[in-house]
Design a protein around this ligand. Structure first.
Ligand code: IPM
Ligand code: MG
Length: 361
């Protein structure tokens, strides 16, 4: 029996997580896996109930699970809170406490959704890249940090800091992933200005020596922001530090056309995996059955692949999603791109995927 913790969170989090759970349950059953689901609060929902964005009890539940399937956190209701008490802090704490240093964000253009990209078809068609983002270091967690009054002026500070171990382990994740893909790693940095990036270049080079079969290139982050739009097909695995990865993964998502389609996995040394859609809590459409559940459903596929060693079940989910899109079903966010008939709601989209999965059994 594998324990899965659901953390639906805020905004559209609960609706998309519900559909992801259903798809996960069906695919797992078909693969002969027994799953035991528990649920807890994170983000604003947890602040409202307990005063903190992640309770020790929820964290203990996560530690006690094989994997965590999360929805999204945040919303205008909690925007006035200080950085330290915001919903996002719950997610950051979860990543840090579980040691989830490797964030995998695949961005591939599905043939039936090429038109959804704001870039021309001939630029995006065939794009298939994987952003490997370092997730527990850099500016997000570096000390010292904070805001203070210094000689009568407000001053704020954050620290970008990495040691060589943190860099080497994420580089290894990237090279291992490249070996299973097109054998190319692009390391993104700002070594013309930052010592931290200079260390990244050195350590990534050292790790590359163990991977003769993988090609490595280094790219400055500002040009990378441009090149991703000019020639997204050129890239296979893109590895980078936490903040650069946060920014570039949203850009990569937009190349593929919809943030509503992109899943992610966060892995670490402890063996627990955290799976979440890349999109946020979309408070403007929350509770209206308008959200696209496919990013969450595809996150469940990553869970099957990385935490439950069930690559076949993961593939069934991906095939079901592609099939549903290929026959023209679209949620509202994608309705204008190759859709046939009226847009479907979140629930209906989940039903369509589940029906496909069941039909395959
Ligand atoms: C992401 C999000 C988070 C991050 C926020 C919600 C803290 O933007 O997962 O990309 O910055 O890591
Ligand atoms: Mg982000």
């Amino acid at each position: 029996m594998e324990r899965i913790l659901l953390l639906p969170g805020d905004g559209i989090g609960p609706e998309v997580t519900r559909e992801a759970q259903r798809a996960l349950a069906v695919a797992a059953r078909r693969a002969g896996l027994k799953l035991d689901f528990t649920e807890d609060l994170i983000g604003g929902a947890s602040i409202d109930a307990h005063g903190v964005p992640l309770t020790d009890a929820a964290l203990a539940r996560a530690r006690d699970s094989r994997a965590v399937l999360m929805g999204a956190v945040g919303g205008p209701k909690w925007d006035a809170l200080s950085v330290d008490r915001r919903p996002e802090k719950g997610l950051l704490k979860l990543r840090k406490e579980l040691g989830l240093f490797a964030n995998l964000r695949p961005a591939a253009v599905l043939p039936s959704l090429v038109a959804a990209s704001s870039l021309r078809r001939e630029v995006v068609e065939g794009t298939d890249l994987l952003v490997v983002r370092e997730l527990t270091g850099g500016l997000y967690f570096g000390e010292p940090r904070g805001m203070a009054l210094v000689s009568g002026k407000r001053e704020a500070r954050n620290t970008m800091v990495y040691d060589e171990i943190e860099i080497a382990r994420i580089a290894q994740v990237a090279f291992d992933a490249a070996r299973r893909r097109r054998k190319k790693v692009t390391h993104v940095h700002k070594a013309n200005v930052l010592e931290v990036s200079q260390l990244w270049v050195q350590v990534v080079e050292e790790v590359a020596k163990g991977y003769d079969d993988v090609q490595l290139e280094h790219q400055l982050v500002d040009s990378m922001a441009m090149l991703l739009l000019r020639e997204p097909r050129r890239y296979d695995v893109v590895v980078t530090e936490n903040m650069f990865g946060d920014i570039l993964s949203d850009e990569a998502a937009m190349v593929t056309g919809s943030l509503g389609m992109l899943p992610s996995a966060s892995l670490g040394e402890g063996g627990i995996g955290l799976y979440e859609p890349v999109h946020g809590s979309a408070p403007d459409i929350a509770g209206q059955d308008k959200a696209n559940p496919l990013a969450a459903i595809l996150s469940a596929a990553m869970l099957l692949e990385h935490s439950l060693e069930a690559p076949d079940a993961a593939r069934w989910i991906r095939e079901a999603v592609s099939a549903v899109l290929a026959i023209g079903h679209r949620t509202a966010d994608l309705a204008e791109f190759g859709g046939a008939g009226d847009p479907v709601g979140c629930r209906r989209m989940g039903d369509l995927v589940v029906e496909r999965l069941e039909a395959g059994a």
